[in-house]
Structure formats: C-alpha cells, structure tokens
Design a protein around this ligand. Structure first.
Ligand code: NDP
Ligand code: HSE
Length: 437
C-alpha cells in the first residue's frame, strides 16, 4: 500500500536548502523505505525565484513569498533554511500556529528565541526538530536527547564551528593568513551569512547553548554564555602552545557545577595527543561525559551543503514517523519533559575554573620571574610549566601554563602582573582544557 506523501514546504534553497533538495531527490527510495511514506518538497520559497526554479526543474511550486508556503493548507512540514532571527522567528511561529511541524538548521534563532518557540510548539502539539543546528551532519542532538538518556551528563565539549576549525587548521598547516583562510571557508559554503558569527565564537556559543539545555534540562540561556572568538590569536601562541604539548582549538563547553553550570566558548589549548586536537579542517567533534557511559566522542562534517542536509532529512524522517504520535509521548524538544526543565543558571565566567596559558613580555633582568610568581602565589595559582623565549635587547618573552584556578583569581593576578614595572604590555591569556575526566 502506498501511503500519502508528507508534503514539505522549503524556505530558502541556498547552500543547505539546495543540499536538502538534492539528497532528498537522490535517495528518495531509501528514505521512503525508512520513513514509511514518501517525503516530498512540493513548495519552495526563495528570494531568488529564477535560481530556485532552475534547481527544482518544475518538481515544486516556487515563490518568493515564504509566508505563502507556511500557510499553504497542503504543507505538513515547514523546513526553515533562510537563517537570521527576525523573519525566521515570524515564519517558524506562523508555521506552529498553522499546526505545522518545523525542521530548522537555524541555531541562532533557537539560541535566542528557542524558549518561546518550543513552548508554542508544545502548546500546539507540533514538533520543532533541529538536528542540523548543532555540528552539521553529526547526530549529536539525537545522541544527547535519546542515546545518552540514561546518563547524568557531566560535561560536553566540542569543536562545533567548522569555519574557525578550518581557519585554525589552514593557518597551522599551510601558513595561510587568517583572511585568506576565511575567504576559502566562505567559498566552501561553511561560513554564516555574517562570518563575524563564526570568527567571534557566536555561532559556537549558539550551539553550545542548545547542547547545554539538552544535556542538563535547563532553559536556553544564550545571553549568559561567555563568548570569545579567534580573531586575536597570534601565530606565535599557536607555536608556543605546540611546544608545550598542546594544540589550539575553538571549543564550546558546557560543564555541570555545584549551583549552576559553565557555558563558555573560547580558544582553548587541548593536549596534542587528544582526539579533539586531531580534528582538522571543517570537521567537528563533540565529546560528551556521562556518569554511566564515561566519555563518548562524535565526529563528522560540521558544515556544508550535503552533510547538513543529512541532518535536515533525518529530522524530516523523524517527524514523518512521529507526527501521528500523541504529542505527550514524543521525545521532548529539550530532552527533558517540559515541566521538568529546571531554572538553573549558567555561571558568570568569573566563577568558571580552568588552567591557563600566559604569555608576557618582560625586562630581561634578575628577579623578574620571582615578582611574577609571587603575584600568582598570592592568588593561590600554581605554575605547571614555563619557558623563556627570544631573550634579546634586554627583553624576553615568558610563556607559562598554570594549574586550574578560578577565573576571578586569574583576572586579578593578570591585572597585578600588568602593573609590575618589569612587565611590558598586556598579558596574553588562553585557557587550557585537559578533557581528561
Ligand atoms: P544561504 O544563504 O546559502 O541560504 C539561504 C537562502 O535563503 C538563500 O537562497 C537566500 O536567498 C534565501 N532567503 C533569504 N531571505 C529570504 C526570504 N526572505 N525569503 C525567501 N528566501 C530567502 O544559507 P545556508 O544555507 O548556508 O544557511 C541556512 C541556515 O542553515 C542558516 O540558519 C545557517 O545558520 C544554517 N546552517 C548552515 C550550515 C552551512 O554549512 N552552511 C550548516 C548548519 C546550519 P539569497 O541568496 O537571495 O539571500
Ligand atoms: N557556519 C557554521 C560553521 C555552519 O562554520 O560551523 C555550521 O553550523
């Protein structure tokens, strides 16, 4: 018996939308066998109607009016692949009001408006699926929400932005400039429409925020995330980090702590022999520590047309299978039953604890090191390793790593070190994650 096809309205047929169209056409038979019924994109909205018509070759109705697709009575699922916060929010809320399920890859939208969107979807009994919003093609949402459901998740740490990982890798391996590597990432379709979101860590923070909510059963709270990107990384810090046995990666981290949880994105030194240190190019990887399972790692393509389409279509299949199920018995949007989400807050960065890498220029004279170590000792910060670099013309560069300390104590120590007469200029500070337990 042939079941009636699920009819999909696609909003935005750009990089990910185009990939979704292609993969759904190419693998239609396999996907139907898995979903139990065909899934067809029958309506497409895009600003560039001519390009959309050329791509869909008469197999879907094309318009430039996204609201017309959302409201079309024959559409069962709306796939939002336009991006941005404002119009995308209106479209997704309109789809929910119209009783349609939604699939989106838009992490910015969910990190900022997710609490509102999921609450409305719950009230209307529709699903909002977002596997593609975190780590592209890696099924990390499903893993956290379903596969690891037995665990008390202790922490999640990941390389969750393909663009910045691509840039850091190309700078390290090919010696290209930051600007050149970013241009390449844009040409390859990895970067956001506004690449500031990538290079300043905002995109990774959107994703880390969503993972934190699913891991800990807390509301989405992007506004409390600490965010630092890779634009101030200097090539010599990459080199010194390697000399000390580390590799520099932009990590998104969510860590359970007494009375709250840490939610932060920043360039991070990870041990060079750790699996995460060897995740290169646009590849993503997420490490999850559960109390029962221990550490698990999920690796794959974090950006690009077809890897992301893979996750979008997985959601389409899930929604197709589940759309007739009682809403109360579906997997909850944020993994925990809505009335079990707890108002636990992300901690301010000053209360986070990490080990650090410090680089500072000093006058090359006796006693300077003692002055610096005295400041650190006063804040109970213990030094792990130290090297002195490039002594010349009475000036030297000191690079040191410390054991774990509270961020506030480290900030005080850095401020005090910068006032020492022998210290020249600002201290460069990067955080270290051993990712050991
Ligand atoms: P693109 O810019 O390639 O595609 C967006 C498409 O939507 C474009 O064709 C755009 O047209 C069209 N569009 C924009 N505004 C409207 C509108 N008002 N009405 C109709 N169509 C419109 O973006 P991506 O495909 O890269 O990204 C889409 C979403 O997926 C974003 O939320 C992004 O964050 C997310 N994502 C992207 C990944 C990637 O690797 N690229 C990976 C994971 C998630 P025009 O070109 O004329 O502006
Ligand atoms: N701009 C994002 C990245 C796309 O580079 O990872 C995938 O979310």
């Amino acid at each position: 018996m042939t079941m009636k096809a699920m009819q999909v309205g696609l909003l935005g047929i750009g990089t990910v939308g185009g990939g979704t169209w292609r993969v759904l056409q190419r693998n239609a038979e396999e996907i139907t066998r898995r979903a139990g019924r065909p899934i067809r994109i029958t309506r497409v909205a895009d600003r560039d109607v001519e390009r959309a018509r050329a791509l869909t070759a008469g197999a879907a109705e094309v318009t430039d009016d996204a609201f017309a697709v959302v409201r079309a009575p024959d559409i069962d699922i709306v796939v939002e692949l336009i991006g941005g916060y404002t119009l995308a929010r209106e479209l997704v809320l309109a789809a929910i009001e119209a009783g349609k399920h939604v699939v989106t890859a838009n992490k910015a939208l969910l990190a900022v408006h997710g609490n509102e969107i999921f609450a409305r979807a719950q009230e209307r009994g529709v699903m909002v699926a977002f596997e593609a919003a975190v780590a592209g093609g890696i099924p990390i949402i499903k893993a956290l929400r379903e596969g690891l459901t037995a665990n008390r998740i202790e922490w999640v740490a990941g390389i969750i932005n393909g663009t910045t990982n691509y840039i850091l890798t190309q700078m390290r391996e090919r010696g290209v400039t930051f600007a050149q590597a970013l241009t390449e990432a844009q040409q390859l379709g990895y970067a956001e429409a506004d690449p500031t979101f990538d290079v300043e860590g905002i995109d990774a923070a959107h994703k880390a925020t969503l993972m934190a909510s699913i891991a800990f059963g807390v509301p989405i709270q992007f506004e409390r995330a600490y965010v630092e990107g890779i634009t101030r990384i200097e090539p010599r810090d990459v080199a010194y980090a390697e000399e000390l046995g580390y590799r520099l990666k932009l990590l998104g981290i969510a860590k359970r702590r007494e009375g709250g949880f840490e939610l932060r994105v920043h360039p991070t030194l990870v041990p060079a022999d750790h699996l995460l240190a060897n995740v290169n190019g646009a590849m993503n990887a997420v490490l999850v520590k559960g109390d029962a399972v221990g550490q698990t790692m999920f690796y794959g393509k974090g950006a690009g047309a077809e890897p992301t389409a893979s996750a979008v279509i997985a959601d389409l299949v899930d929604v197709t299978r589940l759309h007739t199920a009682d809403p109360e018995h579906r997997v909850p949007h944020l993994a925990f039953q809505p009335d079990q989400v707890r108002e636990v807050a992300a901690l301010p960065i000053e209360e986070c604890r990490t080990a650090s890498y410090l680089r500072l220029a000093v006058a090359d004279r006796p006693g300077v090191l003692a002055e610096i170590t005295r400041v650190l000792a006063a804040e109970e910060i213990s030094i792990a390793a130290m090297i002195q670099k490039a002594p010349a013309c009475g000036r030297a560069e000191i690079v040191m790593t410390t054991h774990e300390a509270c961020e506030a104590a480290m900030n005080r120590a850095i401020a005090a070190i910068e006032t020492l007469p022998a210290v020249q200029g600002a201290v460069t500070r990067l955080r270290i994650e051993p990712l050991a337990d």
